[in-house]
Design a protein around this ligand. Structure first.
Ligand code: SAM
Length: 250
């Protein structure tokens, strides 16, 4: 997988992408990354990428020309044309399903907005416009890092243990992940559930499934609708929801 980013702050990516799992995945060839400075596609002495909005209003907007010209040129590089991703609080909400879809692409080019946003005509170049949540960031660079991190975890060879991404929240059955514990078995009066120490794998699996259901019902009941559940599990989740509602009203 190849990632590229077009940004007025191309230097912000490497401290994160060169560290830890992302750094190791890059070094072992799971993905490659290159950031381009949008100002390289300007033609004036000040390397201007922004201008005032027509109709008035606060702040400056990114001009269309540098972005169009950069994409014209970058699309011709390499063996495949890139899947072009823009960022905006108005975009499609980024989630695990979108990460899975993006993980099938060969080459992704992120265009990172700044200032008050981007001239609307530039979005005609987008294959995806993504939002990472209902809040406003100062730029698209953090959003690009969030998306890259979530996508890289799904690529073969990125995580040490190939199975580690399978059980995680939102992955296999659309539930949150179950609670996990490590040593010591007892800490400050809090004990690890007995069943996890039992060595009985079937019982452990059963406990984890119930725990995942319980946590999803309590914390993210909106996920239950599309989760893959048996009739019995759905009833159990409804019971958890009902008793949580009763607790709140007591
Ligand atoms: N004026 C825009 C609005 O209200 O929708 C916000 C522009 S924001 C200050 C500048 C850039 O940050 C955006 O073009 C986008 O690239 C990025 N950005 C801000 N919030 C984001 C979010 N929630 N998700 C993804 N990108 C975001």
């Amino acid at each position: 997988m190849r990632f590229e980013a077009l940004s007025v702050f191309p230097e912000v990516f490497s401290p994160y992408l060169d560290a830890s799992i992302m750094g190791r995945a890059q070094r072992s060839g799971v993905f490659s990354f290159e950031a381009y400075d949008l100002r390289d596609w300007t033609h004036d002495r000040h390397r201007t990428v922004d201008d005032a909005p027509f109709g008035g209003g606060q702040g400056m907007l990114m001009k269309p020309a540098p972005i169009f010209e950069a994409l014209d040129e970058l699309s011709l590089n390499g063996s495949s044309s890139p899947h072009v991703v823009f960022f905006s609080p108005c975009g499609q909400r980024f989630d695990q399903r979108v990460a899975e879809r993006l993980a099938t692409k060969e080459r992704i080019l992120f265009v990172c907005g700044r200032y008050e946003g981007i001239d609307e005509r530039v979005y005609t170049l987008a294959d995806d416009v993504l939002s990472i949540g209902d809040y406003v960031l100062t730029g698209g660079e953090l959003a690009a890092l969030v998306v890259m991190d979530a996508v890289v975890r799904l690529l073969p060879g990125a995580l040490g243990d190939e199975l580690s991404a399978v059980d995680e929240s939102f992955s296999s059955e659309g539930l949150l992940e179950y609670a996990q514990y490590t040593r010591p078995a007892s800490y400050r009066g809090m004990d690890v559930p007995e069943v996890l120490l039992s060595g009985d794998h079937a019982k452990v699996r059963e406990w984890r499934r119930r725990n995942a259901l319980e946590r999803t019902a309590l914390w993210r009941p909106d996920l239950l609708e599309s989760a893959r559940l048996t009739d019995e599990e759905r009833l159990f989740a409804q019971d958890v929801l009902r008793s949580d509602g009763d607790d709140r009203h007591e």
